[in-house]
Write a protein that binds this ligand. Structure first.
Ligand SMILES: Nc1ncnc2c1ncn2[C@@H]1O[C@H](COP(=O)(O)OP(=O)(O)OP(=O)(O)O)[C@@H](O)[C@H]1O
Length: 126
């Protein structure tokens, strides 16, 4: 990659927005976990509407679901960067991928706890 390319790389805001949307689309297209979490996001939003969450509950639920998908995207981006740097086995590559996966796992546990705390009492009482 030449320095020249970096100097020219000043895109307007709308174009940067387009790149981000393209990143979401690439993630959904190529990563099974992102597809699963995106579908779960839709299900959770429908369920939240059905049980009439209040605004604080919505806030927690949205932080949980959007955070999970966002972290999955970062994890997938990091996997690609690692694969770009090396296709050989390398302890640092392993650590980088394992740590990124661990971040997703931790956040997924938080999301499940949020889901249980908010939805379980409502579903039991309906
Ligand atoms: N170049 C590498 N060097 C060392 N270990 C690696 C390397 N690439 C992958 N690994 C190990 O294999 C694991 C799985 O890596 P991989 O790239 O297949 O991701 P993944 O978790 O299967 O991703 P996904 O299923 O989300 O696509 C990593 O967490 C890491 O422990």
């Amino acid at each position: 990659m030449s320095t020249d390319y970096r100097e020219k790389r000043k895109y307007p805001f709308v174009k940067s927005f387009y790149f981000a949307l393209r990143g979401i689309w690439e993630g959904v297209k190529t990563e099974r976990n992102i597809r699963i979490h995106s579908m779960m996001t839709v299900v959770v939003i429908l369920l939240g509407t059905y049980v009439s969450l209040n605004w604080i509950e919505w806030l927690f639920v949205l932080i949980a679901v959007t955070g999970t998908v966002a972290l999955e995207l970062v994890n997938s981006a990091l996997e690609r960067v690692v694969d770009l740097v090396t296709e050989e086995y390398h302890p640092l590559a392993r650590q980088a991928k394992d740590m990124a996966a661990a971040a997703v796992l931790l956040y997924a546990v938080f999301s499940v706890i949020v889901g249980i705390v908010i939805f379980l009492p409502k579903l039991i009482s309906t």
